[in-house]
Design a protein around this ligand. Structure first.
Ligand SMILES: [Zn+2]
Length: 432
């Protein structure tokens, strides 16, 4: 552990510390955030004391991204939740998976907290000071750039390569003897194919850890297995939420979900995405992740809906870290409802992935109707493995397994290897 005194602290002690930080954060919001002062007052909370402590947080209103966006004006492009205008030292953009990018301002202290949390998350993977890590995040406008500082904080020798030039990336990995690489799961997979076509065996590299982040998928057993076999390395996931913090979560070597590395900086809740009702943060619970800043200055968020649908683990982890763990099931934005059943395209991919080596693991869901609600059967294109030919038995078996596992009727179309688009960043699992 990077900070054992923090990371192994009993969780109830953490919550007591968080409660004090949360109450101070509420005071700060009432003093400095026009957005939250108005929002909380309108909801019947006249001041921080009326809003209570962390145990009462579920009585406060949720914050939606769209709501924040609507307060952005040419005079105040950062939004009405901005608190610390003159102390801002950096402004990131979110990559805007749901539309236009929005801005994320940070003070010196915010940036430091991001780096500390991110360093804990990545260190959980088992990378150690003195090792070399090749990263593919671009240190450009997007929040992922802030994660780069966390690698130095761990004491790693950081070799930033970026995306866009696979040949240069692999040369750096091989020549400089990197023990770890950091990339999206889509790119980690793409590299396997790219190397395979050039008769390069990535198992021969010195890479012993592949750290994936940026999209769900790294924790899907079949997909993880494929990456681990191809790279000859251990694969662990990390995850951030643009508006809240970079790499908030990181998986340890047990590979049983991502621990909250940003403990002490962020409070975690679950809600039912349909009703907004709180869901208890218990072992095995699922729901939409809702996050609250505890010590943020520039533009803190309260009960922010992340649109990430997660499964929670609170059982003790053999690594000794006491923070709860999550696995991201998918984005609620990607979710479809097929005859009353919630279907995540990433869950479809997970089921289909188990049919390797007959399939490549790439899928695309092609909803027929606009919007979320779909009539069955849901069309799913499944890419065959290299050299494999279409066979009705396989399509039928996949259809049947999807029906059994996800309770959804699909129409499975097998497509030849190489048909579905690859990405060196994030994969699109839904095409309309
Ligand atoms: Zn652990």
């Amino acid at each position: 552990m990077l900070e054992p005194e923090v990371e192994a602290r009993p969780w109830d002690e953490q919550l007591a510390l968080d409660d004090a930080a949360y109450r101070a954060q509420l005071e700060y919001l009432f003093d400095s955030s026009r957005f939250y002062r108005d929002k909380l007052t309108a909801a019947g909370f006249a001041d921080a004391e009326a809003a209570g402590g962390i145990a009462e947080i579920a009585q406060l209103p949720l914050t939606d991204k769209q709501e924040l966006r609507e307060t952005c004006t040419p005079e105040n492009p950062l939004g009405a939740h901005l608190c610390a205008g003159s102390q801002i030292v950096r402004i990131y953009s979110t990559s805007g998976t749901t539309g236009t990018p929005s801005y994320v301002p940070l003070t010196v202290s915010d940036l430091e907290n991001w780096i500390v949390g991110s360093a804990r998350s990545y260190a959980a993977s088992g990378v150690r000071a003195g090792q070399r890590v090749v990263t593919t995040y671009n240190a450009g406008p997007f929040v992922a750039g802030a994660a780069l500082a966390s690698f130095e904080r761990i004491g790693l020798c950081h070799i930033p390569v970026g995306t866009g030039n696979t040949e240069r990336l692999l040369r750096a990995v091989q020549l400089l003897g990197a023990q770890a690489v950091v990339l999206t799961p889509s790119y980690a997979e793409y590299l396997l194919e790219w190397a395979g076509q050039r008769v390069i065996d990535l198992v021969d590299s010195q890479v012993e850890r592949v750290l994936v982040a940026g999209e769900p998928g790294g924790g899907e057993p079949a997909f993880r297995g494929k990456l681990e076999e191809g790279w000859g390395a251990k694969v662990t996931e990390a995850m951030g939420v643009g508006d809240i913090g970079v790499s908030l979560w990181g998986e340890c070597e047990q590979q049983v979900g991502m621990h909250l590395g940003a403990r002490g900086f962020v409070h975690v809740e679950l809600i039912d995405p349909e009703t907004g009702d709180a869901v208890e943060l218990a072992d095995g619970a699922t729901g939409e992740l809702v996050l609250t800043h505890l010590r943020h200055q520039a533009a803190p968020l309260l009960r922010f809906r992340t649109r990430d649908h997660v499964e929670v683990r609170t059982s003790p982890c053999p690594c000794g870290r006491t923070a709860p763990r999550i696995r991201c099931v998918g984005r609620t934005d990607d979710m479809l409802i097929v005859r009353g059943v919630n279907v995540f395209p990433s869950a479809v991919r997970e089921v289909v992935g188990a049919f390797a080596p007959a399939v490549s693991g790439h899928i695309v869901v092609r909803p027929q109707a606009p919007g979320v609600k779909q009539d069955p059967p849901l069309p799913v294109a499944v890419e065959l493995a290299r050299g494999a030919s279409a066979d009705d038995g396989l399509a039928e078996a996949i259809r049947e397994r999807l029906r059994e596992t996800l309770v959804v009727q699909t129409r499975v179309e097998l497509v030849p290897w190489g048909t579905l688009r690859r990405s060196d960043y994030k994969s699109k699992l839904v095409e309309r």
